[in-house]
Each structure stands twice: as C-alpha cells, then as structure tokens.
Write a protein that binds this ligand. Sequence first.
Ligand SMILES: N[C@@H](CCC(=O)N[C@@H](CS)C(=O)NCC(=O)O)C(=O)O
Length: 296
Amino acid sequence: MPQGHPHALFIAARTYSSWSLRGWLMFETFGLPVKTHMVDLYGGNLAEELAGHGLAPARLVPVLRSPEGHVLGETLAMAEHLAGYFPEAGLWPADPGARMAARWLVSEMHAGFAALRSACPMQLLCQYQGFEASDTVAADLARLDQLFAYAETQRSAEGPWIFGDWSLADCFYAPVAMRIAGYGLTVSPRLAAYTRAMLAHPAIRRWRALALIETFAHDPYAMDLPRGPWPGPAPLPARAVSQGTPVNDACPFSGQPVTDLAEIDGTTVGFCNPTCRDKSVNDAEAWPSVMALIAR
Ligand SMILES: N[C@@H](CCC(=O)N[C@@H](CS)C(=O)NCC(=O)O)C(=O)O
C-alpha cells in the first residue's frame, strides 16, 4: 500500500448526500486510509467552496484528492481509481464473471434509477409511513431485483451482499437500501433481505450515528406523511450526562483526556469532545472502541 499522506475525501450532509455515502463507504469498508472533510451542501456556494479547497472544477460532492494532489469529482471514477491504487484491497470481486457484473451494476446505478432517486431522496431520519410508489418507481425496483438476481448467477461467494462478499457494488447500492428503508418501499424478499443487512452494517450504522449529529435550517426533502422510527437495529439506551465517574481516562477514539461524558447502557463513558460523545450516544454498537468499555 502506498505510504505518506492519505487521500482526502470531501463530503457533505451525511443525512441526505447519497453520493457522499458512496464515496465514504469505498474507504471505510475496505479499510483504506483517508482524511475526511465536510463541506456545505446547502449554502449555495458549493462549487466556490470546493474551488477554495483547490478542487476545481469539481462542483458536486464527493470529491477526492489523491496523495499526489490529483482531484477526482465522480464516484464511478473514484471506484476505478481506488481499485487501481489499492490492488490488494479487493474492491471489485475477484472472480472475472462477478467482476464484470459488478462493473455493470455500478455503472447502471451511476447512470440510472432516476425515478427512484428523484421520488425517494435519501434521508436517514425516519421511515415515512404510507408512501405510495409511482409506476416508474415500481419499475426501478423491479429492475433492481432483476439486476440482483442476475448478480446471484454470476457470483461464487455466499453472503448477504450483491456478489456474496462485500464489493464496490454494495458501496453504490447502499443508498438504494436507505431509500427502501426511509420510504418503507414494498420490495421483493431478496431486496428486503439486502436492505436489512445494509441497515445492520457497522459502517452504515457509523455513518448514520454521525448523520444524526447534523443540524439543518430546514429538511430539504420533507414529505407530508407521518414519520415512523428508522427501521435499522435499535441503538443501546444512551444519553449525554454532565456528571459521573467514567470507566475510562482516555477517549476511546483519540486517546486524549476525557472531557465529555455519556451514560451508555448503564455505563458512564468519557470522550474528548462532544462529537465523539454524540456519535456514540446515537449508536454505541457502531463503534467497537466504545463497546470495548461497556460492561456486558
Ligand atoms: N455523478 C456524481 C453525483 C454527485 C452528486 O449529485 N452529488 C450531490 C450530493 S448527493 C451534490 O453535490 N449536489 C449539489 C448540487 O447539486 O449543487 C457522482 O458520481 O459523484
């Protein structure tokens, strides 16, 4: 693996930015080194802000800067770049047939599913109740099932992911699972099982735990529908507290001295800043270093 500075990844609005999620998952789920930076998706100056970071002509998120200083502003190109840069990391399936199919599915996701993407914008806050899928959305879901069924014929690995083992295809389809979850879409048993597996994936749980810290002036995709709870695994009971004796002296994330406390499943845990506290409160089980401190 190349040494030196890691890649820099510029993302925005974890709650809503499905493409940012794709870019981040490529690093997070394959253990690739990265420094993540947040930019403002809704400030009206995204292209200018990106240019200020030396990322022109990028105008959307995510954007990646390589350790050598080259810039990439499209997730499909990022997938190919990272697969080439980290050849040992297994980003594409190893089996040639599965690899071809994975490239197909990733390309079709990148270019297609317009009805689903526009009718059901990704949001990780709730599950809307009573959402009625249009015929075009239903057709996108049928196409999704057809592609996943085809993938099953091309794979040699067993497992919950599109090609059995986790691959770049899952990075691209993870936000689709979030749309199925967020709108309670009626889908085939195959897609329902995939959505359940994705909701329980530790990286997805970490992303959402971070997303829930975000605040927005308004909900850009608010629907006039009742909101039910998020359908993922229920987090452990947890809350920020101002007093108590933590079980740890050093923050489980940074190793720095503890300044902010939370009570998580009955155990007081200390963190070095409110963000690390809050992401742990939002879903402690997403963070192994936090769980290691909690008496079970
Ligand atoms: N084709 C692009 C799509 C990226 C994209 O649409 N990003 C959205 C956020 S999810 C964005 O930056 N929107 C800002 C805007 O439209 O001004 C990719 O693959 O990265």
